[in-house]
Ligand binder design. Structure first.
Ligand SMILES: [Zn+2]
Length: 110
């Protein structure tokens, strides 16, 4: 029995953006959508400012995006009605994080 499988079996393309095997990758799907993501700030009680990130399509995992944003910005936050709300003012920092997740700069208004 010639181990033919070893020669060709390991060739799985890996997405350079997310590091997932291409069949499991959703970067292309994200790029394909027409979603326009807006980053705004809102004043809360006691002079606190929260950062709102809205405009996500149904196809994206908002909770996962929120989780990563909270880790990268070391802040608290919630997801309500497809809007991510981060505690504190993170304007100017959100776009590069979303771009690293596979969103394109053109679709993010920050
Ligand atoms: Zn990917």
């Amino acid at each position: 029995m010639y181990p033919k499988r070893l020669e060709v079996g390991n060739k799985v393309d890996i997405c350079p953006k997310c590091g997932l095997p291409v069949p499991a990758c959703v970067c292309g799907e994200i790029a394909k959508t027409q979603q326009q993501i807006a980053v705004t700030t809102e004043k809360r009680r006691f002079g606190k400012v929260n950062t709102m990130i809205s405009g996500f399509d149904d196809g994206v995992n908002i909770k996962d995006i929120a989780r990563q944003l909270k880790i990268k910005r070391a802040c608290g936050g919630t997801v309500k009605n497809k809007v991510i709300e981060l505690q504190g003012n993170h304007k100017g920092h959100i776009k590069p994080i979303l771009v690293s997740m596979g969103f394109s700069e053109e679709q993010i208004n920050e």
